[in-house]
Ligand binder design. Structure first.
Ligand code: F3S
Length: 399
């Protein structure tokens, strides 16, 4: 792999110890994936921010990088942390955990990262352009950036994303290159999609079919007439979770699709399969539910407006977390939505989510409209789950 003189200087330690380590990580990755060179990135999104996932070893490494003089060279945003950074007490977070989570955020901020802890950075100022190279690590956001925006990123891990932030470059391989963005399997979708939860289920179904092939295929999706930002946000989270998909092309919807012909190998997606997917997802009933969560991925301001409309003048009867980015919450404050929502007893869980917060075993069963949240709620947090559309999730909270 050819390095520029500036990149070689970083590798030789001329820009400090942390930058040297960062360049070592990237050069090693570049060699493994046979990259020809580095490409400059416009922004970075770092995952692995919750202390619940990082643990002490992860925090030690971050502090070492911060103490070694590492400074971000491009816009760098963070994925959700393990708690609402300002309002963690109301979510029942342990003070010891809060102290450690604070140390994680301090280390990132010392390096120049922006602590907008969200998995929807594209809604709050980290919005790449078509064709731009970026280095992102949150799976749903990667899928959104590659597919819906047409930006270019591989699925980075926490360390490689931080390394890209500290050097401003990433190895040129995979989704950064034209030839690795071609679709390889067509999906003909013959289902009725009425809301974001239908898109969430569709992403899960297509993701499972890709997973079953045993290959990391790029789907070319036909048969969808329209999709809102929120529909695509939900679809990206599911297809990335269940299929490991970082890029898809969707006829009439995504920006690169016209460059390609549909691949000959085709799979069909039927309404009966979608109905079966709903059944397979839930293992709890309404009576068991003691936790309600909306906002996986983090809610947009349109979704918060709808929520305020549904909760206006009502009182929730269960622990109900609304997860979103802090800047989105601030817009909701200005528009009066936050007051309506909080008067209902529902809680904003800003900067965090029901998956990365340390709530393992704290609830019996959770209801949500996100197939991704269902996957991790049972796998990581040991909750039973009840999957429902957005409006019905709110209905469950009011029962
Ligand atoms: Fe975001 Fe947490 Fe879901 S990071 S995509 S809300 S699991």
């Amino acid at each position: 792999m050819i390095l520029t003189s500036a990149e070689q200087a970083m590798l030789d330690g001329k820009q400090g110890k942390s930058t040297q380590k960062a360049m070592e990580i990237l050069a090693t990755l570049g060699r493994i994936y046979r990259a020809d060179r580095m490409v400059p990135v416009k922004s970075v999104q770092i995952a692995g921010v919750s202390y619940d996932n990082l643990g002490e070893a992860g925090l030690d490494w971050l502090q070492e990088m911060a103490d070694g003089g590492g400074k971000t060279r491009v816009l760098t945003t963070l994925n959700p942390a393990g708690m609402d950074i300002k309002n963690w007490q109301s979510l029942g977070i342990d003070p010891g955990f809060a102290r450690n989570q604070g140390r994680v955020i301090d280390a990132f901020e010392k390096m120049g990262a922006t602590a907008t802890c969200t998995c929807t950075p594209y809604l709050v100022g980290n919005l790449p352009q078509f064709g731009e190279h970026i280095a992102w690590a949150e799976s749903s956001a990667i899928c959104y950036a590659n597919s819906v925006i047409g930006a270019r990123t591989n699925r980075e891990g926490g360390p490689s994303a931080l390394a890209a932030a500290l050097t401003g470059v990433t190895p040129n391989y995979g989704y950064h290159q034209e030839e690795f963005r071609r679709p390889s399997l067509t999906f003909k979708v013959g289902v009725k999609l009425s809301n974001t939860s239908d898109f969430s289920l569709l992403g899960m179904l297509i993701g499972r079919k890709i997973e079953a092939t045993g290959n990391k295929l790029i789907p070319y999706i036909q048969g969808i007439e329209a999709a809102s930002l929120e529909d695509l946000k939900a679809f990206c989270a599911s297809i990335a979770t269940y299929g490991g998909t970082g890029l898809f092309h969707m006829e009439n919807i995504t920006p690169e699709v016209s460059q390609f012909k549909p691949p000959i190998e085709t799979l069909k997606v039927s309404q009966a399969e979608l109905d079966d997917t709903i059944q397979s997802l839930s293992n709890a009933n309404s009576e068991e539910v003691d936790f309600v969560s909306l906002g996986c991925p983090h809610l947009s301001i349109h979704e918060i407006a709808r929520l305020a409309e549904l909760l206006n003048g009502k009182l929730v009867k269960k622990e109900f977390w609304i997860t979103t980015a802090r800047p989105t919450r601030e817009i909701a404050d200005h528009l009066g939505y936050s007051l309506i929502i909080e008067q209902s007893g529902a809680k904003f869980a800003v900067d965090t989510c029901c998956v990365v917060a340390p709530i393992r075993g704290r609830f019996r069963a959770m209801t949500t409209d996100s197939a991704k949240a269902c996957y991790y709620a049972s796998g990581k947090n040991h909750f039973n789950v009840l999957f429902k559309p957005f409006e019905e999730v709110v209905g469950e909270a009011l029962k």
